[in-house]
Each structure stands twice: as structure tokens, then as C-alpha cells.
Design a protein around this ligand. Sequence first.
Ligand code: ADP
Ligand code: MG
Length: 268
Amino acid sequence: MTDALATREHTVGPAASPLLVARNVRKRYGSVEVLKGISLTVNPGEVMCLLGPSGSGKSTFLRCINHLERIDGGRISVGGDLIGYTQRQDRIFEMNPRQVARQRRGIGMVFQRFNLFPHMTALENISVAPVGVKKVPKQQASKRGMDLLERVGLAHLAKAYPAQLSGGQQQRVAIARALAMDPQLLLFDEPTSALDPELVGDVLDVMRTLASDGMTMIVVTHEIGFARSAADNVVFMDGGVVVESGAPASVLDNPQNPRTIAFLNSVM
Ligand code: ADP
Ligand code: MG
């Protein structure tokens, strides 16, 4: 009986394939190597928080995932597809711009600065890409946009322009805008660093909700409380390498590397 159960447990479905795999990713600017062989894995539905001092290469790594930079070595794949390359038989080709654009659509990014279009309302900011890029009918995109505004708690401000919104509200619109493209992966680069302290909580709450709804996310943040409560894995980067990684309870509460310990002391 026990054996049969044990066997069943081990054969229930195949292990999910990772959503993002980075292997030995290298990136240099001129003669300066900024990423010195980054390897990490994010499974579907997981949240990874990337921590590390300024200049450690966190933004560069996110930018490499999202085609904003080209890597000089290693490989990154999302959903099983190489970033920037296609594979036919056993040969690898660089993607053409159309293929790059299609791949980028599946990866949402939320920046420190919200980059909303100032001449468009909150709702228009959210629906413009689905209509323009994905050819979703306007009415359908607006309806979905309203649902997304509801989800980030801003349905009542659909007609407001960015200048009429607080920084935290603008960032929540930016998150809704990223979600409108139905990304399989959402990247956040210090989404709350530019906000007044009293506005940070609402944005983190929205991110926590996304995380518990199963969104796969990589979040660069100095918000240790968020990392502790929302992350499945925490990665500490310094000087272009992964210094330490693991569950929040081990990296944040029982760090082993002196550089991790020094960093945590400086932000907590
Ligand atoms: P982080 O996000 O961890 O603060 P970055 O990825 O922004 O780190 O930067 C890593 C290093 O790369 C820094 O030393 C930075 O000065 C350098 N760097 C970033 N972008 C460029 C660029 N476009 N040209 C030259 N150097 C850059
Ligand atoms: Mg950065």
C-alpha cells in the first residue's frame, strides 16, 4: 500500500521544465566584463529576487533577457526558446527583427521609472500595445484594460493622465500595461526605488498578488521584506557573479558569504 502510493507520487506528471534558464551568461562593455558567467534557473510560477550592490550587473542581466543588450557568451532561454537565436536542425541562426519583436512580447518589463506615455490616459497606456502590436480589437483591449486596472486597484482612475497620478499609481499602471501583453515572464528592475516611501507598499502588494496568482517574475529589489515574503529563490549578485543563492530563509536569514552578509547589513 505504502509502496503503491509512493510510486504514484513519483509518477504524477513530468517535472515542469524551467521557464528561464541562464547558463554562463557573459556581457562586456568595452574592456569591462560586467557579467562574468551568470547561471540561474526560474521555474514556471516562481518568483526570483535578485539582490546586490549598485553596479553588480543586475540591470544588465535583466536587459539581456529582454533583448535590450546582447550577450557575449553563454545562453539564455525562455520557455525553451533561446533568446535572440533560432535553431533549425542542429544549426543556430540569429533572429531577425520580427522574430526578436515577437519574442520580446512574451517578456514584460517594469522599470524604476514608469515610462508611461504622458499624452495618454491610464487606460490608453494599457491598451495601446495590444491594439497596435497584437491587433486586438479596440473595444476588447479597453475591456481587458479595465479588468487589469481593477486588478491593480485603479479602475477609478482609468481616465486620468500620468501627471495626475502619484508615482505609486503610475507604477501600478505600468504593471497593468506589462500584463496586458500576457507575458510568460515579468521582469522588474527596482520598481519601487523611485517612489516616496509611503507609496511603496501599494506597489509591493500588487506584486505579491501577481506572485500568488502564479506569475513568473524576476524582481531586482532592495526590499528585503518583499523578498522574504514573496520570493521562492533569492540570488545575491556582486561584481558580475552570483555569490549566493537559495531559499529566502537561507540567503536572507542565514547568509554564508561575507559579501552577502555585508550587503544585508547595509540595507536591513
Ligand atoms: P546594477 O543594476 O546591479 O546596479 P548595472 O547592470 O546597471 O548594475 O551595471 C553593471 C556595470 O556595468 C556598472 O559598472 C555599470 O557602470 C556598467 N554599465 C552598465 N551599462 C553600461 C553601458 N551601457 N555602457 C558601459 N557600462 C555600462
Ligand atoms: Mg540597476
